[in-house]
Design a protein around this ligand. Structure first.
Ligand code: ZN
Length: 331
């Protein structure tokens, strides 16, 4: 009896669960009309933690999931909206199958690194990138902030500056540096209230990114008091060896909204971003770049780039030009 390959997959999974094959098989079920909507909240080596049923509301049930073979090699990442089939309940050994991967609104990539030469999608469907930077201890890293701003733009995600430790240094220098970009910002002091940042996060799926020591973990733990417990559940997916660079989605208590922590993700990939798109983060250079010869790589005056002259005319500053070129060469 000829069957299409994906029906074979279906039957294969069933026959293991039901070796005698006494359950009647239906051939008319490839569309999975009865699949339940869910959102992937954590991933580890082929296992997925999915919040099923009502992922966007306050309800839902967390279930462990594996991918159905019919999905092929498509990657599934945190934030993906999926359809799952199987028994959805709280029992610890419940295992459902992801049979559908919905189209993504946005994708955020991390950079290639020493262990992996490819940029990888780490978060899908986020609509906000909260760039967490301390005002002092450690000093703001403008190179990192610039990179995050461009990555957010490239991904179609709204960036927000979250400036911490305002009890140590004033926020004005950072805010003024990015004033022309019209990026919202929130300023926080250590131990201060969270109302403003919680308001900014409500109704959004926000990825939080920041260097160590800037207060990102403190902020996440304050916003989501059960964050440690959730991370513990994630560790259980990979039998206690959760890869440190994986993202984890955490639902904000009491309000509609998610924060996605990105431990171990040091930066976001920009290899797919063109020099012209990079200029979005440098409006003080953009008009100058328009005077450059067509196809200018903006790297050096010797090659015809007019940006050094633009800076010399006082439209921008040498450190802004250096920051732009640093991003260009480190993509
Ligand atoms: Zn140029």
């Amino acid at each position: 009896m000829a069957r299409r390959p994906r029906e074979l997959d279906e039957d294969d999974v069933r026959s293991r669960a039901n070796p005698r094959g006494t359950r009647p098989r239906s051939k008319q079920r490839p569309a999975h009309e009865n699949a339940v909507d869910g959102m992937v909240v954590a991933v580890d080596r082929g296992r997925y933690l999915v919040l099923a049923d009502e992922p966007q509301a306050t309800g839902g049930t967390e279930v462990m999931a594996m991918r159905a073979r019919e999905l092929g090699r498509k990657s599934i990442v945190v934030g993906d909206r999926v359809g799952v089939v199987g028994t959805i309940d709280d029992s610890p050994d419940a295992l459902v199958r992801i049979v559908r991967l919905d189209e993504r609104d946005t994708v955020l990539r991390r950079t290639a690194d020493d262990s992996d030469e490819h940029e990888r999608v780490i978060v899908a469907n986020a609509d906000q990138l909260l760039i967490v930077s301390a005002l002092a201890d450690p000093e703001p890293s403008y190179g990192f902030i610039d990179r995050c701003l461009v990555a957010a733009l490239a991904a179609g995600i709204e960036p927000v500056l979250c400036l911490t430790k305002s009890d140590l240094a004033p926020p004005q220098p950072v805010i003024e540096r990015y004033a022309a970009l019209d990026v919202p910002s929130v300023v926080m002091r250590r131990g201060g209230p969270l109302d403003e940042v919680r308001d900014l996060l409500t109704g959004h799926v926000s990825v939080l990114v920041g260097h160590s020591g800037v207060g990102k973990s403190t902020l996440i733990n304050a916003l989501v008091p059960t964050a440690d417990r959730a991370t513990g559940r994630v560790s259980a997916i990979g039998k206690g060896r959760h890869t440190s660079s994986s993202a984890v989605a955490l639902r904000l208590p009491d309000v509609d909204g998610w924060v996605v922590d990105t431990p171990g993700v040091r930066s976001f990939g920009l290899a797919h971003v063109s020099p012209d798109d990079l200029l979005w983060a440098f409006p003080d250079l953009e008009d100058g770049a328009n005077r450059c010869p067509r196809g200018c790589e903006h790297l050096a005056a010797e090659d015809g780039c007019t940006l050094d002259a633009w800076v010399a005319e006082g439209h921008s500053t040498p450190d802004r030009l250096a920051a732009f070129r640093q991003l260009l060469v480190s993509r």
